[in-house]
Design a protein. Structure first.
Length: 448
């Protein structure tokens, strides 16, 4: 592990270094994912892949509803504890987040039972996939590694996370090849995906324990009252960010479920592959978001307003350039990439890919907006912006759905554009109000 003195000194340099670490791992993962996606699509065909996509999309929607995204809480409040070297307080925060994750997983399993055993027909799912789909969703919910992820990011140990996260693409690739050769079916592919994700969750907790042995302790599980006392405003921040992440995930996965339920599983398969490819093209957005969020939280206790403003502007310019690249790749090579991965049956998804790439480019360009609002105590503004974006998307998707999956994709693009405009205006209005050279927000003083 590199020594701290060898790490970049400027905030932007740290963000780019952390993003480079994450992109290195995701670059490896992208190669693996292209191969296992090709195996999935070519083995299952358009309809089979549609069933797989609907089950996977349902799992992601359930994670959005019941997965509390506690990593944001750990990073937001943990930065002050780490700055003050209050490792016990950091441990209480991390273990409290772990308990919230477990409660969310249990709640999600109950919701999954209702969805699959009472309403599977609305998703146009084959009856033989109901039980495997339910079990897959339960596994996905318990494999959520939000709390240990937050611990690792708060400690600024992004390079360690790369090794653990490489388990997922490698495991899926090896498993996909095995299923392809031995027993190709939707059920076995779901089993492999679930097993690999559960393995990653276990490894993430082991890594968090290794990086912060003083903090990741069972005894802190009972100290939830003290956790709330040490982190004023935690509940408000938790519920606001949870609502925001839920809206974001529903925005990403809701259209897929609508396409599957209204148009059919073949259309869902086509939409899913195009969506997967657009997300792969904009993977830089996800990695940059993680790095920016951690660095902004660190600056909250260690930097000045002017440094903060400069970082937000620099990050937005870099992300905006990346968004342009995403759209160009989709326009020039989208049809070829879809055909390469899925075969001729999936080449028709090129028309879906372009608006989804435009939506991804807006997500990428807005990468600094939410961290700015969260770190300055304006998390409710980001929630308002997401609600507006979701409302715009819902209206446009409902209006254009008669055009099929293409109409749904353009609804997502227009909703993302609305979110970009509204959240961007809020973020830059907040930046203009920041004055002075004092720290962004002084670290709270904790009792012994």
């Amino acid at each position: 592990m590199p020594a701290d003195r060898d790490k970049p000194s400027s905030p932007l340099a740290r963000i780019l270094a952390n993003t480079a670490w994450l992109m290195g791992g995701k670059g490896f993962g992208a190669i693996c994912s292209i191969v296992y996606l090709a195996i999935l699509t070519r083995t299952l065909g358009l309809k089979g892949f549609g069933h797989f996509s609907l089950i996977f999309g349902t799992a992601q929607a359930l994670i959005a509803i019941a997965g509390f995204q506690t990593w944001r809480v750990v990073v937001r409040y943990g930065a002050a504890h780490i700055h003050d070297k209050q490792w016990a307080a950091f441990g209480r925060l991390g273990m409290f987040a772990g308990v919230l994750d477990a409660m969310g997983a249990a709640l999600g399993c109950v919701i999954a039972a209702v969805v699959f055993f009472a309403f599977a027909h609305l998703l146009d799912l084959n009856e033989s996939y109901i039980v495997p789909g339910f079990l897959f969703c339960c596994a996905q919910l318990w494999a959520l590694v939000s709390a240990p992820t937050g611990i690792v990011r708060a400690l600024n140990k992004f390079q360690m996370a790369v090794y653990v996260e490489a388990v997922v693409p490698m495991g899926r690739l090896v498993g996909a090849v095995a299923v392809w050769l031995l027993a190709p079916s939707v059920g076995w592919f779901l089993f492999v995906w679930a097993l690999v994700d559960l393995l990653e969750a276990a490894l993430y907790w082991m890594m968090a324990r290794r990086l912060a042995p003083e903090s990741v302790q069972w005894r802190y599980l009972k100290d939830y009252r003290r956790t709330l006392e040490e982190n004023p405003g935690l509940w408000h921040f938790f519920w606001v960010t949870f609502a925001g992440s839920t809206i974001d995930a529903l925005t990403k996965n809701g259209p897929l479920l609508v396409v599957g339920g209204v148009i059919g599983t073949r259309a869902a398969g086509l939409y899913r592959l195009a969506s997967q490819l657009s997300q792969a093209l904009s993977k830089f957005s996800t990695m940059l978001t993680r790095s920016v969020y951690a660095e902004v939280s660190r600056m909250r206790v260690a930097s000045t307003m002017q440094e903060f403003r400069r970082l937000a502007v620099q990050t937005s310019l870099i992300a905006g350039a990346g968004g342009i690249v995403v759209v160009l790749v989709a326009l020039l090579a989208g049809r070829w990439l879809l055909g390469l991965i899925g075969g001729e049956d999936f080449e028709g998804g090129a028309a879906i890919l372009v608006p989804l790439a435009i939506a991804a480019s807006f997500d990428l360009a807005s990468v600094a907006f939410e961290p700015v609002l969260h770190s300055t105590g304006k998390a409710q503004h980001s929630l308002t912006a997401r609600l507006i974006g979701l409302a715009v998307m819902a209206v446009v998707v409902g209006t254009l759905l008669h055009f099929g999956a293409i109409g749904a994709a353009w609804g997502v693009a227009i909703g993302s554009a609305a979110l970009y405009v509204v959240m961007g205006a809020m973020a830059f209005a907040t930046l203009r109000k920041l004055q002075g050279e004092e720290p962004l927000q002084p670290a709270p003083q904790h009792g012994a």
